[in-house]
Design a protein around this ligand. Structure first.
Ligand SMILES: C[S@@+](CC[C@H](N)C(=O)[O-])C[C@H]1O[C@@H](n2cnc3c(N)ncnc32)[C@H](O)[C@@H]1O
Length: 299
C-alpha cells in the first residue's frame, strides 16, 4: 500500500514501458513524491532525479534515501546535469502532484484560500497574482483560451484587467478572490467549478509548462543509450499532441519515403507502442486524463 500523499499514475505501465533492468541508469525528471522513482529503484535501477519544487525534492529525498542523485532543477536542465551520461530510461510525469494541489499555501487550488501563487518553484519567477497585476487583457485572454479552452476567456480577462483600475477594490491576491471573480462572470454548468479552466491555464502559463516540455522533447532523446526509452505521461491534450508529434517525427513517421514506401532516412528511434495508453482504469482520479507514450532509441 502506497502511504505517500501522491498516488503515482499508471505505475505498472511506467515500469513495463521503461523496461527497468538491474544496474541500468534511469532518470526521473519529475520526482514529485518519488512514487515512480521508488519503483525504478525497487527493480534494481540506478536513479538520477530532478524536481523544480523544493518541497517535492525534500519528500523524494526522504523517501528514496541519501545515496540517490537528486537535483533541484527543471527537467530541461537534464542534458547538462547528465553531462554526457546516457540513460537507459527517462520518465516525465507532467503536471502537478496531489500535495501541490492540496496545500492551500501553494495557491494551486480554488477549493481553499491561499495566496494566488501557483509556481512549482516558489524561489523563481512571478506568482500568478503579480502577473495579473500587469498583463494586458488580450494576452490574458489568449492564455485562458489556449491552455484552458475557456470559452469566456475575453470576458474573464476584461473583468480582471478592469478590476485593477477600481481604487476601492482590493487587488487580487488570493485563490478565493479569483475563484469568486471567475464564478461571477462564467455561468456554472454543474459539472466542474467555473474557475477550473482558468486555474489550469494560469498554472500552465506561470510555470511555462509547454515551453519546458518542448525543450525536453528536443534534447532528451539524445540523452538515451541505445535501447533506452523516453516515457512521458501527460494530462493535457496540448502536451499529448506535442509528445505524439515529436515521437512520430523521431521514429521517421511522415518523413520522406521511397517508391516502395520505405523511409529514406533510417530513423534512430521507434515507437514502443503506436497508441497512447490511457489512465482510465486507474484507481487514482487524477489518472483519468492521463496518457502515456514511449519512444525507444535504436542506435
Ligand atoms: C505529477 S507530479 C510527479 C509525481 C511522481 N511521478 C510520483 O510518483 O510521485 C509532477 C512533478 O513534476 C514537477 N515538475 C513539473 N514540471 C517540471 C519541470 N519542468 N522540471 C522539473 N520538475 C517539474 C512538479 O513539481 C511535480 O512535483
Amino acid at each position: 500500500m502506497d502511504e505517500s500523499p501522491h498516488v503515482p499514475v499508471l505505475l505498472e505501465s511506467v515500469v513495463e514501458l521503461l523496461a527497468v533492468r538491474p544496474g541500468g541508469l534511469y532518470v526521473d525528471g519529475t520526482l514529485g513524491w518519488g512514487g515512480h522513482a521508488s519503483a525504478v529503484l525497487a527493480a534494481g535501477g540506478r536513479l538520477v532525479g530532478t524536481d523544480r519544487d523544493p518541497d517535492a525534492l525534500a519528500a523524494a529525498r526522504a523517501r528514496l534515501g541519501p545515496d540517490v542523485e537528486l537535483h533541484h532543477a527543471r527537467f530541461s536542465a537534464l542534458p547538462a546535469l547528465l553531462g554526457g551520461r546516457r540513460a537507459d530510461g527517462i520518465l516525465l510525469d507532467l503536471g502537478v502532484s496531489s500535495p501541490q494541489l492540496d496545500r492551500p499555501e501553494r495557491g494551486f487550488s480554488f477549493r481553499a484560500v491561499g495566496p494566488l501563487d501557483m509556481r512549482m518553484d516558489p524561489t523563481v519567477g512571478e506568482p500568478v497574482w503579480a502577473w495579473l497585476d500587469h498583463v494586458g487583457a488580450d494576452e490574458l485572454a489568449d492564455v485562458l483560451w489556449r491552455y484552458g479552452d475557456e470559452r469566456a476567456s475575453r470576458r474573464i480577462a476584461r473583468t480582471i484587467v478592469a478590476r485593477r483600475a477600481e481604487p476601492e477594490v482590493e487587488p487580487l491576491r488570493t485563490t478565493r478572490q479569483l475563484a469568486e471573480l471567475v464564478a461571477s462572470v462564467v455561468p456554472a454548468d454543474g459539472r466542474i467549478h467555473p474557475a477550473t479552466r482558468t486555474f489550469q491555464a494560469l498554472r500552465i502559463h506561470v510555470n511555462d509548462e509547454l515551453g519546458e516540455l518542448e525543450r525536453a522533447l528536443a534534447a532528451l532523446p539524445e540523452c538515451l543509450a541505445p535501447g533506452g526509452r523516453l516515457v512521458v505521461i501527460s494530462f493535457h491534450s496540448l502536451e499529448d499532441r506535442a509528445v505524439k508529434l515529436r515521437f512520430r517525427e523521431l521514429a521517421g513517421e511522415g518523413g520522406e519515403r521511397d517508391l516502395f514506401g520505405r523511409a529514406v532516412h533510417t530513423p534512430g528511434f521507434r515507437l514502443v507502442e503506436r497508441k497512447a495508453r490511457k489512465g482510465d482504469d486507474d484507481a487514482n482520479p487524477r489518472a483519468r486524463s492521463a496518457r502515456v507514450r514511449a519512444l525507444e532509441r535504436i542506435a
